[in-house]
Design a binder for this molecule. Structure first.
Ligand SMILES: N[C@@H](CCC(=O)N[C@@H](CS)C(=O)NCC(=O)O)C(=O)O
Length: 212
């Protein structure tokens, strides 16, 4: 494979296309950009200066979701968007809910030490976002949508990792436990090969980031 994915394994946005590639039967392990993501060379490829960034020959593509769509389009293997239009729409919707309603509140838990006053609002926002996900999922589906891996699992697994990480200090696990359908999905996802490997890599990345 000629594609290179720049980023680190802690990032849920980096892991989204990593999981998508794996679910299609490919390895796309992220690598650090020489000079870092704030370097002029990186900014020349992606002025947003964030990870992930996919480089496929002379094509540079930032943003986890367009990268995931591109990977789904160009790599061989099972489609990660269901063929049924409503199931495809449900898949896209879960990803969008995660990005628009859940992700903004993760910042509040990340910054809980520096800014403890921001935690209650972040927890309320996360609880609400989980409620949106629960509402639009079929609680009986074994994967995020339906009975096979979709882009929604690839997006949600590395984000839900942080509910476990912050459970010790902020009891974020209770937010997931309050949504039985999602909680059951998360338990299955964590036990899957795709999920377990992702969590192990994010944990290792987090440990390294925190100084081992
Ligand atoms: N919307 C972007 C978010 C990417 C993002 O926020 N990446 C973080 C790492 S988790 C980053 O690069 N942060 C560095 C910075 O903002 O300076 C995506 O989906 O790819």
């Amino acid at each position: 494979m000629t594609m290179i994915l720049y980023g680190g394994t802690v990032s849920p946005f980096v892991m989204r296309p990593v999981l998508a590639a794996r679910a299609k039967g490919h390895d796309l392990d992220p690598v650090a950009f020489e000079g870092g993501i704030k370097s002029d060379a990186y900014r020349a490829l992606s002025p947003m200066a964030k990870m992930p960034l996919l480089v496929d020959g002379d094509f540079a593509l930032p943003e986890s979701q367009p990268i995931t769509d591109y990977i789904d389009d160009v790599l061989a293997g099972p489609r990660l968007l269901p063929a049924d239009p409503r199931a495809a729409a449900a898949t896209r919707l879960l990803v969008r809910i995660a990005d628009l309603y859940l992700v903004p509140h993760l910042g509040g838990v990340f910054r809980s030490r520096e800014n403890p006053e921001g935690v209650p609002a972040a927890m309320a926002g996360l609880a609400e976002a989980l409620g949106h996900l629960e509402h639009f999922r079929n609680a009986g589906d074994s994967f995020a949508v339906g009975d096979s891996v979709t882009q929604a699992d690839c997006a949600l697994i590395p984000l839900f990792f942080f509910f476990d990480v912050f459970d010790k200090s902020l009891h974020t696990g209770a937010l997931v436990a309050a949504r039985p359908g999602l909680a059951a999905w998360w338990a299955r996802a964590k036990a899957s090969d795709l999920g377990a490997r992702c969590i192990a890599e994010q944990s290792a990345g987090l440990k390294a980031m925190r100084g081992g």
